[in-house]
Write a protein that binds this ligand. Sequence first.
Ligand code: PLP
Length: 274
Amino acid sequence: MENIAYYNGRISSIEEMMIPMNERSSYFGDGVYDAMFTVERVPLQLDDHLRRFYRSAKRIEIEVLMPFDELRAMVLDFCRRVDSPDQMVYVQATRGVGMRGHAYRFAGGTPSLWVWVKPDVLDPMDRDYRCITMEDTRYLHCDIKTLNLLPSVIYTQRAEEAGCDETILHRGERVTECAHSNVHILRDGALKTAPCDNLILPGITRAHRIAQCREMGIPVIEEPFTVQEMMEADEVFFTSASALCCRIREIDGRSVAWAEALSEVEALKAAVSR
Ligand code: PLP
């Protein structure tokens, strides 16, 4: 089949799935999600993404009603059933269905579980990327992967309008992350990346690139860095489940200097592809 969706026990195509009007996700974005990509129908870092999914849900007091192993098995089954071997896997838990009201102890409400798998591909690593910067005006719980994505939608729209691929966010001078990825710099052979506090999402891909750097003997500094440091870095790259290791060549129309022969990002990309 072309794609497949699950919602609270029902299974259909994504296009045919019907969701009740009173889903709290549509009124309040009252839920959390996670997303990953497959290579040959194998979801990359599936367990890490599912563990973060259950953690995010717990942080906002939503119980994922399906046990971890059952959800994992369903995801793998869906990946086998979708025709394309290159897929995006999406899981979402919401506060459920109930007459609109901000407080969530509404009578009878049980959390909803959404899962879908559709054809999609990873962002290519064999090209360079262009970014814009914008002030990070999101709230202070960016470490929870919630559905409240309006700022990210606007940041991504602005990047597209500028003919760019991603928006790098900063709070004042401090670079936080991107609209939907983490951003990292390399300076004098060391990786510098924002620490996992409440201002960034602890990216699964970020964690894997950090581990890879350590294996390759590249020192890792998890400390805040500034916009100026980024503009003067040897290399800048972003990571996410869909962009495993994407080098940034231009920021706000200015090229970011990097030396091809010494490129740590090239070495990381080569290691990712193996
Ligand atoms: N930061 C934000 C705001 C994101 O939305 C994402 C991914 O969706 C990431 C970082 C990267 O996280 P991951 O590597 O787990 O996909």
